[in-house]
Design a protein around this ligand. Sequence first.
Ligand code: ADP
Ligand code: MG
Ligand code: MG
Length: 254
Amino acid sequence: NHLLEIKNLHAGVDDKKILKGINLTINPGEVHAVMGPNGSGKSTLASILAGREGYDVTEGQVLYDGKDLLEMDPEERAREGVFLAFQYPVEIPGVNSTYFLKAALNEIRKHKGLPELDAMEFLQLVKQKVKLLELPEDLLKRPVNEGFSGGEKKRNEIFQMAVLEPKLSVLDETDSGLDIDALKVVANGVNKLKSKNNAQLVITHYQRLLDYIIPDFVHVLYNGKIVKTGDKSLALELEKRGYDWVISHEPVSA
Ligand code: ADP
Ligand code: MG
Ligand code: MG
């Protein structure tokens, strides 16, 4: 069984067609990067996988572990082992970020038939993950994302991913001004958490991110379609030649 199978996915907002037939298959152990110029549909793809409202899927399907992902609500996706960045509360003053994380983790564990972790056990796990990712310990003492910089939000996100141990992680690195340190935090997390049992889908327009992550597959999204797939050398080629090299022979469509 494949972990994720996106088949001929067409989707849009209101009358606007954005995704025009996406095919993408992800197996356990693989890291996939989806790249593409601004406006190509990357965030729309991430949003649909996350189950965000407002998007209409008009054709095709998405199977996760053989099940219809699009039928699941966001909580169900999380329970089934899909990690979607920013799924958890963004800014709640006075509430410690680990509070939500413990609840989310225990929800997942219950679903797997594992016993819930008590406060002590959870703390042990948290410390272990902080060490693994080489994160600053004071990250945990701050209220959920309150007053966090872009880089700190990324740290928090990667930390959540480490604790929840998802089968599939979907990271959308949007163009909201991430500096090189924040990119390194993301890359380090992806590299350290990679295993033969999980897969990661990293959606980004930052070609530089792929200086730090070595993806098994690189896909170029353009005008709602994957127009080219390759290995990490495709990312290097894109860095040298730009997107025009890939898309120049694509027919312009409405
Ligand atoms: P990317 O992440 O690759 O920059 P997006 O998925 O954000 O691309 O957007 C793809 C296209 O769809 C763009 O033309 C964008 O303006 C349009 N779009 C995205 N979201 C919406 C929306 N909620 N309403 C209308 N148009 C949208
Ligand atoms: Mg954009
Ligand atoms: Mg985007």
